[in-house]
Every structure is written in C-alpha cells, then in structure tokens.
Design a protein around this ligand. Structure first.
Ligand SMILES: [Zn+2]
Length: 245
C-alpha cells in the first residue's frame, strides 16, 4: 500500500514537471513571437506584412447617413477593395468586421459600450500581430459643399504614413487637405502605425459618387502609399551599414 502511494506520487511529480516544462516553453515561444512582431513592424518592405483594416461602424450603427447611402456600407466596400488589392501584392489582411460579422456595434449601445467596441477593434490589431492599422470612415457635414479626404494620425510613428496616404487621396479631384493629428480611440496608443482615413464626405455628391464608382482607384492609391511608406523605412542594420560605409 505504502509502495503504491510512493509510485503514484512520483508519477504525479513527473507529470507536473512535464507540464511546467511545456508551459514554460510555450511562454518562451510566445514572447519570442511578440519580440519578432514588434521588430518586424518597422522593417522595410510591405510584402509579407499583416495589415489590419477596420471598416468603421457596421451592425446596428450605420455611421453617417445621406439619403439612401450609409457610411458603414461605403467603408465596407472600400475595405474589401483594399483587401484584395493588398492580397494580390503578397500582403496579409485581417478585417475587424466583414459586413455584420466580427466586431460590430449592437443596438442602443451606451456611450461606454461604444467606447468598448472601438477598443476591441484596436485590441484585435494587436492580437492578430498586425504591422499596420487602417480604420476606414466616411465623413459628413451639414454643408453639402464641404469636400475632401482627411487622414488622421495620433502619434509620430504614424505621421509619415498619414502624409503618404493624404498626398494620394489629394489626387482624387476632391478638395485637397492636410493630414491631421487627433487622438481617436482606435488609432491612439497602438504598437503599430495606425491611421484613420475619412475618405470623403458622404454628404457631398461629388465625393460620394467618387467613393462609389472609383473604390478600385482609391484602394490602389492607398496601396501605393503603404508600399512607398515601407520602402522609406530603413532597417536598423542597414542604417549602421550605411554609417560604416
Ligand atoms: Zn465614421
């Protein structure tokens, strides 16, 4: 009886040690993956990167509405056009929502629930180890003449990216604007560059027509901006080599 107990407790100890070893190994490999991801964010080259696209609003929240047009739909259509443009060029894409699937607002949300929904979108970007976060929105104004795309950024690591996208959005024939710094929840305090693109005004007929008819062109321009941004990034080792030479 005593011997049996000793054998049993030995087995338990061996199993516990094996379990702890596996847990330890998993933790090491997870922190290595975290380390590698944070390093990759600023490495040059868009190919192989993971871009998180966040089509704003959705579900019970249409966003800005103008006549029969809803912002949530325009955001989604552009997000899908951009997704295929990026994937055709070897970029991985994850969407925070696809239509009404994913992180979508429910009906009658309180202010704090709305805020939690926005937080979930940025948390998703980090969980998926995204290298870049693009939140897609469409603006609105009571004056139907107000036009133009505005790219918002919250921190210095995103300023160059915002400027690249803004410069290309300014070629679409809408009112030309400058990128703006603003602390929107989705784009602030992210480990990766993050911008919120207000692609144009849903309340302006010309902007809206362009967004509906030329989403392929808009997607192409955003892709070019990301590509240029990642060409201009300099890997730390390249910088040292350049200094050495
Ligand atoms: Zn919006």
């Amino acid at each position: 009886m005593k011997l049996r107990l000793i054998v049993l407790s030995r087995r338990i100890i061996i199993l516990a040690v094996i379990f702890m070893l596996i847990a330890g190994l998993m933790q090491v490999s997870d922190s290595y993956a975290q380390f590698r991801w944070k390093k990759e964010i600023f490495l040059p080259g868009l190919q192989g990167k993971t871009v998180i696209i966040d089509p704003g609003h959705g579900g019970a929240d249409p966003g800005a509405v103008s006549g029969r047009y809803q912002e949530s739909d325009l955001n989604m259509e552009l997000a899908l056009a951009l997704k295929s443009q990026l994937e055709d060029n070897g970029v991985k894409v994850k969407l925070t929502r696809n239509g009404s699937e994913g992180i979508v607002p429910k009906e009658n949300m309180t202010y704090s629930e709305q805020w939690a929904n926005l937080r979930k979108r940025k948390e998703f970007a980090a969980e998926q180890r995204g290298h870049l976060l693009l939140s897609i929105h469409t603006n609105s104004h009571q004056d139907p003449h107000v036009s133009g795309a505005i790219v918002f950024y919250s921190d210095e690591i995103s300023a160059d990216l915002a400027a690249e996208i803004q410069a290309r959005m300014n070629t679409l024939g809408l009112k030309k604007r400058l990128a703006e710094k603003k602390n929107f929840t989705v784009i602030k305090d992210n480990p990766m560059p993050a911008v919120l693109i207000e692609t144009g005004f849903i309340t302006n007929e010309h902007d809206r027509e362009m967004l509906i008819k030329s989403k392929g062109t808009v997607a192409q321009l955003i892709y070019e901006a990301l590509d240029r941004y990642y060409r201009e990034q300099t890997a730390p080792q390249t910088e040292t080599a350049a200094k050495g030479g």
